[in-house]
Ligand binder design. Structure first.
Ligand SMILES: [Zn+2]
Length: 264
């Protein structure tokens, strides 16, 4: 019997880099451009109640950022969602989603929790409302695939030792690893750390071993990978999703095309 492992990203890669920035201040425009010029993909989480206000991005800027990066929910008004009555918390998320979808021109399916706080009741309600991943602010210092996409803990904050952590990430030899950085674009202004981020992105850009993905692209892939259907003896696999998925068969990457049923 062949050895099967759900342990591959697209094209048989095993490493991904993703960026996640909150609150929608005007510095998002510079940050989105910095990433785009280096082929790095990011997710920007917006409070629709703030879009267009002084020091915040405009609707047109959100549209522009969304052409390359992902636009994602951060609630309408940035409350502690876990301390609101549940219907009010759900409204904060759904209304934000409704407003952002007018700018994204597609379903907006991800979010980050304001202040990183959540409850089990909130997670269950949001999942039922079509939110497919949600990021916390619990830095793990690690690169693991999230067990529960609704409690997606990042690797580190933008101010942490990116170079040191990245070297440790590259040194990992086995399994899917995700280098996940979160933060706020305005902190680069406040801390005068733009050059540091530019240098870091120059360092990580253009590496054929890396999949540069938005949060949602990763979430969609992980969901598709976990949705593969195998026969009991694992000799047949069916991929019901609309995404190609790669698996390891005796440690060799094998593509399972979208919608295909095949012998492995
Ligand atoms: Zn925030």
């Amino acid at each position: 019997m062949k050895k099967i492992a759900l342990d591959c990203l697209p094209e048989g890669k095993q490493k991904a880099v993703t960026m996640s920035f909150d609150d929608g201040k005007t510095a998002d425009v510079r940050l989105a451009k910095l990433f785009r010029e280096r082929g790095v993909k990011a997710t920007f989480h917006y409070n629709s109640g703030n879009i267009g206000r002084e020091t915040y991005v405009t609707e047109e800027q959100v549209r522009e950022i969304g052409r390359y990066h992902e636009i994602s929910v951060h609630s309408c008004t940035h409350p502690f969602l876990d301390r609101l009555p549940l219907p009010a918390a759900v409204s904060e998320v759904m209304e934000d989603r409704r407003q952002l979808e007018k700018l994204a021109d597609k379903p907006v399916r991800g979010m980050s929790y304001p202040y990183g706080t959540y409850s089990e009741a909130l997670v269950n309600a949001l999942r039922a409302c079509g939110i497919e991943y949600a990021r916390t602010i619990q830095n793990t210092g690690e690169f693991d695939v999230p067990e529960d996409l609704m409690k997606w803990h990042p690797t580190c904050h933008q101010s942490h030792d990116l170079d040191g952590l990245y070297q440790r990430f590259l040194n990992k030899k086995k399994h899917i690893r995700i280098f996940y950085v979160w933060g706020h674009s305005y902190e680069f202004d406040r801390d005068q750390s733009w050059e540091r981020m530019e240098a870091f992105c120059d360092r990580i850009a253009g590496d054929p071993r890396i999949w540069y993905a938005t949060n949602l692209e990763l979430a969609d892939y992980i969901t598709a990978m976990r949705s593969l259907k195998f026969s009991v003896d694992c000799s047949y696999v069916y991929n019901p999703s609309a995404a190609d998925v790669w698996i390891l068969v005796d440690d060799v990457p094998v593509k399972v095309p979208a919608g295909a049923q095949m012998q492995v």
